[in-house]
Ligand binder design. Structure first.
Ligand SMILES: *Cc1c(COP(=O)(O)O)cnc(C)c1O
Length: 428
């Protein structure tokens, strides 16, 4: 689809164009398997010589149509859906980094991504160096090793709400011959397209704004198609040398620079891990994508109104929202997200941890949930939930103090939300 179309149009039209008499809405292909006339036809699929589907553990037409829409939104060359944001980040990193390799990551990332890298992937032999995203370019460059294979960060970090200086991170990554992977979950392509700023791979937890209605867990991986793996064949043998588990196919040769990453990830990792999104979930995700631009505007407007209100409240010690003038990340947000950032804000009360718990208990419209980026306003105290396995030192390094309340502003009326917050603050 024509990439010059506006986002609102792509959100509705990209990814699926029905032919004459075909369903207008994306069909849910609820089938594990696909029929062929001859073994020869099937064999060509297995050799990656023909395009097509043979088993929905690897790929499914409904998922591919929705992935193609997300690909168009990000301005990428290829994309795939995964069962969750966790599996998207895992596959994106593991596709190029294995045992004995090293990753450079921002320390201000989602708790699940931190665990994935610091604990589980470490057990698999992939070591990660975590860096304050506000580090100097010198500190960043010093973190690289000969075996570094990727750099990882989040456009807007969940829940620290730091804004990644994408250009700084991509400069360092490219100077060391490795790609920058950016988790763009919070900003969504409506507000930031990391490829424009030098990111090479984008990941999403589609569970958040893209779905937007708390109905389906999912993830996505998008390749910019710009990183030239063949310039560093010794670093990326999985992409640049024959894959014995696929009859000796060399992904960069067969699929080119723009197709190698996603095709390897599908043919090899999805085959072996099977963490694909269900076609039902992909259908729900697509419904969410259709209204994403409208919803992102309302989420941001509400967040701005609430952040401004909290900033002026006597019981509120601090407020973090990159859209708020005076915020530490205001300038970076203006640069990378000129039309708005996201609907998530964080703040702390003078009473610290205890006051946070009391405030949340008294909210009526906002509910306590391990979730964000939903049409319904919700809040969370990370120190006692998602981040409770972290020490105070790690919490501070991740930018998540013990008093931090994360508030995800939904699509309700801003005046109603502020009235609810006011009565809850009153009772703290
Ligand atoms: C939620 C989230 C994830 C994990 O996604 P799931 O869909 O819950 O697996 C990854 N990154 C970010 C930024 C998130 O907010």
């Amino acid at each position: 689809m024509d990439q010059k179309l506006h986002m609102e149009t792509l959100c509705i039209q990209a990814g699926y164009t029905p032919g004459n008499g075909e369903p207008r809405q994306i069909p849910i292909i609820q089938s594990t398997t696909y029929k062929y006339a001859t073994s020869e036809d099937m064999g060509k699929l297995f050799d990656l010589e023909a395009e097509g589907y043979f088993y929905s553990r690897l790929a499914n037409p409904t998922c591919d149509a929705v992935a193609a829409k997300i690909c168009a939104l990000e301005g990428g060359s290829a994309a795939m859906l995964t069962s969750s944001g966790q599996s998207a980040n895992f596959l994106a990193i593991f596709n190029i980094a294995g045992c004995g390799d090293h990753v450079v990551a921002s320390s201000a990332i989602y708790g699940g991504s931190y665990n994935l890298l610091a604990v589980t992937m470490k057990r698999m032999g992939v070591e990660t160096t975590f860096l304050d995203p506000d580090c100097t370019e010198e500190e960043l460059n010093a973190a690289f090793r000969p075996n570094t294979k990727a750099v990882f960060g989040e456009t807007i970090a969940n829940p620290a709400l730091t804004v990644l200086d994408i250009e700084k991170f991509s400069r360092a990554a490219h100077a060391h011959g490795v790609p920058l992977i950016v988790d763009n979950t919070f900003a969504t392509p409506i507000h930031c397209r990391p490829f424009q700023w030098g990111a090479d791979i984008v990941t999403h937890s589609t569970t958040k704004y893209m779905d937007g209605h708390a109905s389906a867990i999912g993830g996505a991986i998008v390749d910019s198609g710009k990183f030239d793996w063949t310039a560093y064949p010794e670093k990326f043998p999985g992409l640049c040398t024959p894959d014995e588990s696929y009859h000796g196919v060399t992904y960069t040769e067969r699929f080119g620079i723009g197709g190698a990453f996603i095709n390897k990830c599908t043919a090899q990792l999805m085959r072996d891990f099977g963490c694909i999104q269900s076609p039902q979930s992909a259908f729900l995700l697509n419904l969410g994508l259709e209204s994403l631009p409208l919803r992102m505007k309302q989420h941001c407007d509400n967040a701005m109104a609430i952040a401004s209100y909290l900033k002026g409240h006597e019981k509120v010690k601090w407020v973090k929202y990159c859209g708020l003038e005076g915020d530490k990340y205001y300038a970076l947000a203006k640069k990378y997200m000129p039309d708005g950032s996201c609907g998530v804000i964080s703040f702390g009360l003078y009473g610290g941890r205890k006051a946070a718990e009391s405030f949340m208990k008294h909210l009526k419209l906002g509910s306590i949930e391990t979730h964000v980026a939903d049409s319904r306003t919700c809040c969370l105290h990370p120190a006692s939930s998602t981040h409770r396995q972290m020490t105070d030192v790690e919490l501070d390094a991740a930018g998540v103090g013990a008093d931090l309340i994360r508030l995800s502003c939904g699509l309700e009326n801003a005046e109603d939300l502020i009235a609810d917050i006011a009565q809850a603050l009153e009772r703290v």
